[in-house]
Design a protein around this ligand. Sequence first.
Ligand code: SF4
Length: 321
Amino acid sequence: MPSPMIEVRSLRMYFPVGNNLFGKRRQLKAVDGVSFDLYPGETFGLVGESGCGKTTVGRALVRLYKPTDGQIIYQGTDIAPLDEKEVQPYRRRMQMIFQDPYASLNPRMTVSSIIAEPMKLQQAPQDAIDARVAELVEQVGLKKDHLNRYPHEFSGGQRQRIGIARALAMHPEFVVCDEPISALDVSIQAQVINMLEELQQQMGMTYLFVSHDLSMVRHISHRVGVMYLGHMVELAEVEELYSNMLHPYTQALMSAVPIADPDLAAQSRRIVLQGDVPQPIDPPPGCPFASRCRHCMPVCREALPGMREVSPGHYLACHLK
Ligand code: SF4
């Protein structure tokens, strides 16, 4: 393994949500002590149910949020505590592709101005901007005559291509893809995924691919992390995770994935989770999954299981193993 490009250590992202009845400040613990590494050129899939904190991790890594605590060591520098001015040089190297291509593009700007905007902010010369815009339009499969049109004139897939071109304008090394295909028609999803894979090969970028679509994550990722209620509960190389999932939550999540082969589907058994999902505001002590886990033991209600390497490259946070 090469040296990590980004080392995430005990990342915490808490949001204030007012006071309780006794006047004590309450916090929503969206991310609560997540650690993992990202290696150059890899795609790291981050999965979990809605509200588990995966998007918040992505936003914190590109410093759209300033973390409450923890470290984000980007090529040797901890960028977590940097202020807005100090973080600017890193922002250029890290970009985000958003879930909703409709909401993420300014409707009053032409495609050309949208793609050129990050370069203009960096005061790049106009001829360099024009050349880069022409190059990007081709790379993302749009046409030159699209450049003077407005976002509403395009389909969802084309708008996502515009968003991708804008994200790639400054030659980023690291891109967070936040549910980049979930708002698109199924027929378009594979095209966008193939394009992201091709662009990664051409430009050598590292991706954090945030998604609830486990089949797509399996297709695109090299390693996968599973999050539950602000915690990373399991992490492994993709085939290891999908064939030897150890955490009871990962097992339940994977059991819900449709299986194309009718024989295998007949043998598989869906694990239906019982119990309530705890609130991320003032969550109870112990394992975050305890209220829904069929293997829950007394220790699980008291002690938070730490992440341990149970086999080479396979990490698990569970008292069972
Ligand atoms: Fe279940 Fe306990 Fe493991 Fe949590 S630590 S997943 S409650 S067995």
